[in-house]
Design a protein around this ligand. Structure first.
Ligand SMILES: [Zn+2]
Length: 519
C-alpha cells in the first residue's frame, strides 16, 4: 500500500517561543533547531523575522546551520515583513515564507478594518512578493476556524493563483471541535485537490488541539503545525509528540499515513526544550511527562512485568527513553565518552564549547557521585545561556538571615577586573540580585524564579531558571544557573540572564508587532 507523508511543521521556535514570556538567546534557538532537524521535522518555523532584529539574526543563523529541514519565517501580509522573512532565510538550503492575514469577518472588520476585497488584494500581493524570494510559499487564513466558507474558497483561489503551495487553516483561538474542523478541512482539501496542500494549526484552548489535528489528517490535511511539549500561546499548540505517536501507535486507523519523524528523538527533544525554556511538561503529560511510563498500581505493574504489551501501548525505547536515567558517566569518564554522550543527547558543540563543558563536567564529577543524562543536559544548556560572558560570578557570601536583615556580598569579574559590593534585600535572593544590579549598573526586574532538582538524590544539582526584564520595552530574558548550591545557582542564573541580555542588547526591541499579529 502506498504511504502518504504527513508533513510535520514545527513552530516551537515561533508560536512556542511566545509562551515562555521571555526570549531565548540565539545560541539556544540554534540548538533547538539542530535538534528539530535531527528529529526529522519537515519544516522548522524559526521565528518571525520582522518582529525584532534578534529574531532576524536567529533565523538567519538557523538558515545557515540547518540543511535537512525547510527553514521558514512568518511574515504578515505587508511588504516589509515579507522582505525581512525573505532576507533572513536567504541562505537556507530549503526555505519557505509563511504569510498570513485574518479572514474571519470579526477580525477583518474590527482588527484589520478592511473589506474582504482589500484583504484578498493584500494576501495576493504578499504571496506574489514572497515568490520573488522563494519558490515555497505558505498562506494562512488567520482565524479560519471562524471564517465564512465561501470567502475562504475565494481567498484560497486567489493566493494559489498568486503562487502559494500550502494553505493553512488555523484555529487561532482554539474554538472548534474535531467534527467542525474535520468538515472544514474536508471541504477545503476537496476544493483545492491537486492545487495546494492543506495544513492545520490548532490551538489547545479547549484541550482539543491534538484531536483536531488528527481529525484534520483523516479529512485531507497533509501538513500539521505543532510544537514540542505543546508549547504555544495561551493553552498552547498541538503537541508534536502526541500527533506523531498517535499516527504510529494507531497505524491500524492511520495506516495510509506516515511522517518523517525519527520517534527516538522525541524524548531528547522534549528534554532539551524543557531545559532551555524552563517550562517542564506536566508530570501526567502524554508521551513525554515524567509519569507517562510509570505504572504505579500493583495490578498494572504485575501485568507489565508478565508482558509489557498488557498495559504499555508505547515502548519507552520508541521515543528514545530506553537509555534514560541510568547512571551515565562518572569521575573517570574520558573526553571521548563525554562527547559521545553529548551527541546522543542531541548537542553539537564547537571545540571550545566542548572543552568548556568537559571542564565543568569534571568539576561536577568531583563533587557528585553519580551523573545522569539530565545533569549533562542542564550543564550544557546553562552554559549556552551564559555565552558570551560579559559578567562572571567570582564569589558569593551570604549572611545569616534567620534573625536580622538578609544580606549578600558578591564579587563579579567584568573585562578582567573584579568588583565587589554588598547589599541587603527582602530575602537572601533579593539581596543577591540587588547587589548584582548595583555592580553591573543594569536594573533587572525578576519576572519568574524557578528551582528544580535535576536528578535524584540529596546531592542533586539545583537548576535555577530566572526570567528577568532589563528594559520595560523589551521581552524578559531567560537565564539558567547550575550548582550543587541553590544560592550559587540563583546568582549564576541571574548573571546568565544579564549576559544573554547584553549579547542581544538593541536587538530585542519589538518593532511594531504584538501577539495579536500572529496566528
Ligand atoms: Zn498559533
Amino acid at each position: 500500500m502506498s504511504q502518504e507523508i504527513i508533513k510535520i511543521f514545527d513552530t516551537t521556535l515561533r508560536d512556542g517561543e511566545q509562551s515562555p514570556g521571555a526570549s531565548m538567546n540565539t545560541e539556544e534557538k540554534i540548538q533547538i533547531a539542530v535538534q528539530l532537524e535531527r528529529l526529522g521535522v519537515d519544516i522548522i518555523e524559526a521565528g518571525f523575522a520582522a518582529a525584532s532584529p534578534g529574531d532576524f539574526d536567529a533565523i538567519s543563523k538557523i538558515a545557515q546551520r540547518v540543511s535537512n529541514s525547510t527553514v521558514c519565517s512568518l511574515a504578515r501580509a505587508i511588504d516589509s515583513d515579507v522582505k525581512a522573512a525573505g532576507e533572513a532565510i536567504e541562505q537556507a538550503k530549503m526555505k519557505r515564507i509563511h504569510t498570513f492575514i485574518a479572514t474571519s469577518s470579526i477580525h477583518m472588520e474590527h482588527k484589520l478594518k478592511m473589506t474582504p476585497d482589500e484583504v484578498i488584494r493584500r494576501a495576493v500581493r504578499a504571496v506574489e512578493y514572497a515568490r520573488t524570494f522563494v519558490e515555497d510559499v505558505e498562506f494562512s487564513c488567520e482565524d479560519a476556524g471562524r471564517s465564512d466558507m465561501v470567502f475562504l474558497k475565494e481567498i484560497t483561489d486567489a493566493v494559489i493563483e498568486a503562487g502559494a503551495g500550502t494553505i493553512n487553516l488555523p484555529d487561532t483561538v482554539g474554538f472548534r471541535l474535531p467534527q467542525e474542523i474535520g468538515a472544514m478541512v474536508k471541504e477545503m482539501s476537496d476544493y483545492t485537490k491537486g492545487r495546494a496542500i492543506i495544513s492545520v494549526h490548532n490551538h489547545n484552548d479547549l484541550g482539543l488541539a491534538v484531536a483536531n489535528s488528527l481529525e484534520s489528517i483523516s479529512s485531507g490535511a497533509r501538513q500539521v503545525e505543532c510544537t514540542i511539549n505543546g508549547l504555544g500561546e495561551r493553552a498552547g499548540n498541538a503537541a508534536l509528540e502526541e500527533i506523531v505517536m498517535a499516527l504510529k501507535v494507531r497505524s491500524d486507523v492511520f495506516g495510509g499515513f506516515e511522517t518523517n519523524i525519527n520517534t527516538k528523538e522525541i524524548y531528547p527533544s522534549s528534554r532539551l526544550i524543557a531545559n532551555i525554556t524552563g517550562i517542564e511538561p506536566q508530570p501526567n503529560k502524554a508521551i513525554v511527562g515524567k509519569n507517562a511510563f510509570a505504572h504505579e498500581s500493583g495490578i498494572h505493574q504485575d501485568g507489565v512485568l508478565k508482558n509489557k504489551t498488557t498495559y504499555e501501548i508505547i515502548r519507552p525505547e520508541d521515543i528514545g527513553l530506553d537509555m534514560e536515567d541510568t547512571l551515565v558517566l562518572g569521575k573517570h569518564s574520558g573526553r571521548a565518552a563525554f562527547k559521545d554522550k553529548l551527541s546522543k543527547l542531541g548537542f553539537t558543540l564547537e571545540e571550545v564549547e566542548l572543552n568548556n563543558a568537559f571542564d565543568r563536567f569534571k568539576e561536577l564529577a568531583d563533587k557528585k557521585k553519580e551523573i545522569y543524562d539530565d545533569d549533562i543536559r542542564a550543564l550544557v544548556t546553562s552554559q549556552m545561556a551564559n555565552v558570551p560572558k560579559a559578567y562572571e560570578l567570582v564569589s558569593l557570601q551570604l549572611m545569616d538571615c534567620s534573625n536580622g536583615v538578609p544580606s549578600a556580598a558578591v564579587t563579579i569579574r567584568h573585562k578582567s577586573e573584579e568588583f565587589t559590593d554588598a547589599g541587603i534585600g527582602d530575602g537572601t535572593i533579593d539581596a543577591v540580585f540587588k547587589t548584582i544590579d548595583r555592580i553591573s549598573g543594569y536594573q533587572g526586574t525578576l519576572m519568574e524564579y524557578k528551582v528544580k532538582s535535576v536528578s535524584k538524590g540529596k546531592d542533586a544539582l539545583a537548576n535555577v531558571t530566572v526570567k528577568v526584564n532589563f528594559n520595560d520595552d523589551e521581552p524578559a530574558i531567560i537565564g539558567h544557573g547550575l550548582s550543587l548550591d541553590t544560592m550559587l545557582a540563583s546568582a549564576r542564573a541571574y548573571i546568565g540572564a544579564l549576559n544573554s541580555y547584553l549579547s542581544m542588547e538593541g536587538m530585542l526591541k519589538i518593532r511594531d508587532v504584538d501577539s495579536s499579529d500572529t496566528i
